[in-house]
Write a protein that binds this ligand. Structure first.
Ligand code: PGA
Length: 254
């Protein structure tokens, strides 16, 4: 059975104290998570070790990094290697968020390298894809997203795909308050599953979790998560407040 996952992407928000308070508030009211359910928290790098220790002993809640470098080590001032994340107790790494693609010029080819670094260091990957508004308006979103997936993860083996979660985040819905409607989300998620199935086979496609991201909040999470091919969410703004993030976690557990 594929996993249901709700992931918090804090982006460049919350200092050590604020992040620590948020994690302890979430833990206080966390519902019981079934075996196939996970919660991920992706804080800024500097908070990672403290969130890892706060979550030690908390079942089914894991720390994710928001990025990793595409090289194993070396003279890359300011960067963090996948091996360092792994050694710090990180379980997942988000690869290819649209903000990384847009502001840090991360190409599909570079994201393929980052994915390899993550997987070879025993990290699981949350691979993000999603189209800008002009592509959606031209109704070319399916081809656009398929190409992102082909160029960044099609080189993996079926076995490696067990460690990959896909997150579909239409750029026009991120931080805009404009959510994809359930039909748009379901259509794209089933398209992504078909793309994965054509390359890796139905078994891999059926067991890959595909998360929706983009203005997901407690008021719309339940209907999005009820879509057949939507296996949870990647949450930005609404993950910064315990009550809102918990509301979305509760929507997954129903
Ligand atoms: P948002 O961000 O929930 O604030 O729209 C989602 C994301 O970028 O992961």
């Amino acid at each position: 059975m594929r996993k249901k996952i709700v992931a918090a992407n804090w982006k460049m928000n919350l200092n050590l104290t604020e992040g620590g308070n948020l994690v302890s508030d979430i833990c206080k009211s966390l519902p019981i998570l079934a075996e196939n359910m996970q919660v991920l928290i992706a804080p800024p790098y500097i908070n990672i070790t403290s969130v890892v220790s706060q979550l030690s002993g908390v079942s089914n809640v894991f720390v994710a990094a928001q990025n990793c470098h595409q090289e194993a080590s070396g003279a890359y001032t300011g960067e963090v290697a996948a091996s360092m994340l792994s050694a710090a107790g990180v379980t997942y790494v988000i690869i290819g968020h649209s903000e990384r693609r847009q502001y840090f010029a991360e190409s599909n080819a570079m994201l393929a390298q980052k994915t390899d670094q993550a997987l070879s260091n025993n990290l699981k990957v949350v691979f993000c894809c999603g189209e800008p508004l002009e592509v959606r308006d031209a109704n070319n979103q399916n081809a656009y997203v398929a190409q992102q997936i082909e160029e960044s993860i099609f080189h993996l083996t079926a076995e490696q795909m067990n460690s990959v979660v896909v997150a579909y985040e239409p750029i026009w819905a991120i931080g805009t308050g404009r959510t994809a409607n359930t039909a748009q989300a379901q259509d794209m998620h089933s398209h992504i599953r078909a793309v994965l199935s054509a390359k890796f086979g139905a078994e891999v496609a059926d067991s890959t979790s595909i998360l929706y991201g983009g203005s997901c909040k407690p008021s719309n999470a339940a209907e999005l998560f009820a879509c057949q091919d939507v296996d949870g969410g990647l949450i930005g703004g609404a993950s910064l407040k315990a009550e809102e993030f918990l509301g979305i976690i509760y929507a997954m557990t129903k």
